[in-house]
Design a binder for this molecule. Structure first.
Ligand SMILES: NC(=O)c1ccc[n+]([C@@H]2O[C@H](COP(=O)([O-])OP(=O)(O)OC[C@H]3O[C@@H](n4cnc5c(N)ncnc54)[C@H](O)[C@@H]3O)[C@@H](O)[C@H]2O)c1
Length: 402
């Protein structure tokens, strides 16, 4: 039996509780000794729902004074990643930050310097790297089945992304923009699939076109305002986007938790203040003439990532949801469709694999391949795309990375 590693989670919300807490609390080789969250109601509710008895902390500074840990998982809103990870690294803990590395490249670089100084691992939770479909696609590319890849596209449809406009995710100050918050996954996958060519320049267009006060999906009644959140909204039953919290979610996110810090998870997404986009396009040009484009919409009822990757021998078309990869050779021949088996678990089985990897890294059994340097590249691409959309111009990567 392996010696148990001591871990803690900072931020016990959707990911901290729903993914990492659930997975780690069931492992024999892990002692989840502490949970940390600024919200005292949520942190205790998370422990109760996980059926564990950890020590509780309201801040990572407090936790650092008392705990001796092997590693920590940071699942706070993105704007807190820098301060929490910096503290964890200085304390001498291995760190997993659930993407993105940080909300800007400057903070990301400082974290990389600190990780080197502390001699600790700083892994980024790029769970898409653990998708069996994308692992198969990468193998096909690496085996040369597509030939020399020169253009790639990913169209992301994210039904769940609508809820971004109800939560902190809608705010540029808390995320650095959705091209970082959401698309850091996707920029990382492009970089990884293509073998990390150097990105040169980025352009993007993105806006809020639907999830605003002019596009309420129901007719207003005289003198009755919608909101302020779905649980207390008069139009709850008429609104097709209504997100009413019930059951265990109320323990984590209900009125008692809201009273502690004012964080409401289901503010009316049409009326909320927002400065992040609800749909957009971004393009990157890499060295060697490779081009990629990313289409993102949060106004849809499905979730899928649909890729087209073209090389000089064949084109691959991929659907993560359908778990298929179809390869069409350039000069005829058999069109082959691969149906990829996926294991149980969140994000198509990717989350358990991500957690497993972090545990092995903490044990010193392997090195991280989702490195902080890769996290920096994805954050920097997102920052450049965000600058492009705001400043209406193409942004050179040297502007964010030098
Ligand atoms: N890899 C993925 O697929 C994926 C999916 C969703 C979210 N994420 C990332 O996970 C992170 C968490 O997102 P979420 O949706 O779980 O958010 P959430 O709002 O559900 O949870 C965040 C929690 O952090 C707590 N918190 C805030 N500031 C804190 C601080 N300084 N110290 C301790 N706790 C603090 C909040 O009270 C809340 O409980 C984000 O960085 C997000 O980008 C990753």
């Amino acid at each position: 039996m392996k010696k148990k590693i001591k871990l803690a989670i900072v931020g016990t919300g959707s990911r901290g509780f729903g993914c990492f807490g659930q997975l780690l609390s069931k492992r024999d080789d892990v002692d989840l000794v502490a949970l940390c969250d600024t919200n005292p109601v949520r942190v205790r509710a998370a422990a109760e729902l996980l059926n564990i008895s950890p020590r509780f902390y309201g801040s990572i500074d407090e936790m650092a004074k008392k705990e001796t840990l092997d590693g920590v998982i940071i699942t706070t809103p993105d704007c807190e990643h820098y301060a929490c990870a910096m503290k964890a690294l200085k304390t001498g803990w291995n760190v997993l930050i659930d993407k993105p590395l940080a909300t800007n490249a400057k903070d990301g670089k400082a974290l990389i310097r600190q990780a080197k100084k502390s001699g600790k691992s700083l892994m980024i939770g790029f769970n898409l790297r653990h998708s069996e479909v994308l692992k198969r696609l990468k193998k096909l590319i690496d085996d040369g089945v597509l030939g020399r890849v020169f253009i790639a596209e990913n169209r992301e449809f994210y039904g769940g992304g609508r809820t971004y406009m109800s939560r902190w995710n809608r705010s540029f100050a808390k995320t650095g923009g959705l091209w970082i918050h959401k698309a850091s996954h996707d920029f990382d996958i492009f970089n990884w699939l293509l073998g990390f060519p150097k990105p040169l320049r980025v352009s993007s267009f993105a806006a809020v076109n639907v999830l605003d006060k002019d596009h309420l999906p129901f007719k207003l009644e005289r003198n009755i305002k919608p909101g302020p959140d779905c649980n207390h909204c008069h139009y709850q039953k008429k609104c097709k986007d209504s997100y009413v919290l019930s059951g265990d979610a109320l323990k984590l996110w209900g009125d008692e938790a809201v009273a502690a810090d004012g964080y409401v998870k289901n503010v009316c997404m049409y009326l909320s203040d927002k400065d992040n986009h609800d749909n957009g396009l971004a393009m990157v040009e890499y060295e060697g003439g490779i081009k990629v484009s990313l289409f993102e919409t949060f106004i849809c009822n499905t979730s899928d990532r649909i890729y087209t990757i073209a090389g000089d021998k064949a084109v691959a078309e991929v659907s993560l949801t359908n778990r298929t990869i179809t390869v069409t050779p350039r000069w005829g021949g058999d069109v082959v469709t691969y149906h990829v088996e996926i294991p149980e678990g969140g994000h198509g089985g990717a989350d358990p694999s991500l957690v497993d990897t972090f545990c092995r890294i903490v044990r010193g059994e392997e090195q991280s391949t989702s490195t902080a340097e890769h996290g920096l590249l994805a954050t920097a691409l997102g920052q450049a795309a965000e600058m492009s959309r705001r400043q209406h111009r193409m942004v050179e990567m040297s502007e964010v990375l030098s």
